[in-house]
Design a protein around this ligand. Structure first.
Ligand code: ATP
Ligand code: MG
Length: 455
């Protein structure tokens, strides 16, 4: 991926002993496990481990170079068989290396942030750009101060398009990531309530997402959720492109409906698209990929092909075959109030089911706003939803509010998984859809497994 000389210029305090000059580094790794032949090992400090303790193993596994905290002694085995680069702080050095490698390869970079829909939008953008350009993108959810540098450092030298998901919990984090990745195009998918605990308010969340502009190139474009009033501060900029359902959006979705193969929608300009994901909010995520694809000169036909091919990964709105012909929807990978409401709305829109049941667990990390934010989900539990089951003390509040708002809807609360499973069993039949949504920590997948057809 780069010659050792590249490291030498970046980190002049080193011990190469001449013998590594001209060597190529094949990959950068922070994990000492696996085959590290020809790699640079970067030891990071976590809460419980210090990567320096694993550096010897990394060198044995083939690492030819290591970054090293200059305050620590270098063990003899490492010194004799690897190039050692001394740095103040290995994490900062990793970030600095990523920033330099981004400039060396010089692809066009797309940075994606937002409260919900980052990974989905990243996958959609990758599907669209990948139809005609050499594209590298964030694997899984590696979107933080370590994942972003590793994503950048994982791109091949001939990469044309680099797509970087940027996540955050605190103010200042997106600014850092944006300055490392230096996007040519930035996307803000939406403003929700996740991490409000650390950011104080939705205004605080919007400001934190807008930090993505700090590394954006002057000629770059900012593609945003045009339905979000808190992003109106950037509407006047010639860099901004607004996407969404409202009339003011430059790229406006005029109708969207959920069908068996996903969501179909049309834009104000009369073009039609289909995305292999369920929910109107995914029409919006797809609209970001359309806006970007068109900016890059990709034909609508190729964009259509990319969008149609996309398939949900993991536990994101995954359809699971339930016992007795019931349809289970596993959307319990993660939850925020916004995504919970969106998922419920999708189930309300779905055609072809006589009975619709929603099972909600607690949403974590909402801090002092937790109660009111849970309660804010209740108005979405309405016709044609037949029943609500809650699991966890906070989600119980949703049920209480639903009783007040719409006594027609049956509600029940369970504090143990077995009780919940038993209560749901009678509902397992053809024509019934059951949506499961909660924070990952609620382990809702265990409940789903007990209700699913066993392979
Ligand atoms: P994370 O912070 O875990 O990385 P993310 O921003 O990458 O999350 P996704 O993994 O794409 O988000 O989706 C998470 C959840 O958000 C899903 O349940 C999905 O249904 C919902 N979601 C996706 N897009 C939107 C959107 N535009 N508005 C509201 N909810 C959305
Ligand atoms: Mg994600």
């Amino acid at each position: 991926m780069f010659a050792i000389d590249f490291l030498q210029q970046l980190f002049p305090d080193n011990q190469l002993n001449g013998k590594f000059a001209g060597d190529e580094i094949s990959q950068v790794s922070t994990d000492s496990r696996g085959d590290l032949s020809g790699s640079l090992f970067v030891p990071l400090r976590g809460d419980r481990f210090d990567g320096h303790d694993f550096a010897k193993g990394a060198v044995e596994a083939g690492a030819v170079a290591v970054l090293w905290d200059r305050t620590l002694p270098v063990p003899g085995e490492i010194h004799s068989s690897a190039a050692v680069f001394f740095v103040e702080d290995t994490l900062l050095a990793l970030q600095q290396l990523a920033q330099s490698y981004r400039k060396l390869v010089d692809p066009r970079v797309i940075g994606i942030t937002g409260s919900n829909g980052k990974t989905t939008t990243k996958d959609l953008v990758a599907a669209v750009l990948g139809t005609s350009l050499r594209t590298h993108w964030t694997k899984g959810n590696l979107n933080n101060h370590i994942g972003v540098p590793l994503t950048i450092l994982g791109m091949p030298r001939d990469t044309e398009m680099l797509i970087v998901e940027m996540g955050m919990n605190h103010a200042g984090e997106i600014e850092l990531l944006s300055n490392i990745a230096q996007p040519d195009y930035a996307i803000i998918t939406n403003i929700g309530e996740s991490h409000i605990e650390y950011l104080g308010s939705r205004e605080g969340i919007a400001a934190a997402k807008l930090e993505i502009v700090s590394g954006l190139s002057n000629e770059g474009k900012l593609i945003i959720d045009g339905d979000e009033p808190l992003l109106e501060t950037v509407h006047d900029s010639s860099q901004t492109i607004t996407c969404g359902f409202s009339n003011a959006c430059q790229l406006q979705i005029v109708n969207a409906s959920v069908i068996d193969e996903g969501t179909i929608f049309s834009l104000r300009d009369g073009t039609e698209f289909k995305v292999g994901l369920y929910g109107r909010h995914h029409a919006k995520n797809a609209s970001y990929a359309i806006a970007l694809g068109r900016l890059l000169g990709i034909s609508d036909a190729a964009i259509r092909e990319g969008l149609a091919n996309i398939m949900m990964t993991g536990m994101r709105f995954q359809k699971v075959e339930g016992r007795n012909g019931a349809m289970l929807i596993n959307d319990a990978y993660n939850a925020s109030p916004t995504s919970m409401k969106a998922a419920i709305d999708v189930v309300r829109e779905m055609d072809g089911y006589e009975r619709k049941i929603v099972i909600l667990g607690d949403i974590f990390e909402l801090g002092s706003h937790a109660q009111e934010l849970h309660i804010s989900v209740a108005p979405h539990i309405k016709e044609p939803i037949d029943a609500l089951f809650t699991y966890g003390e906070l989600s119980k509040l949703i049920g209480t509010k639903v009783n007040e708002l719409d006594p027609q809807i049956a509600t029940a609360h369970y504090s143990d998984a077995n009780g919940l499973v038993q209560a749901l069993e009678p509902y397992l039949e053809a024509g019934t859809v059951l949506l499961f949504k909660a924070s990952r920590g609620m382990k809702m997948e265990q409940v789903i497994n007990l209700l699913a057809v066993q392979e």
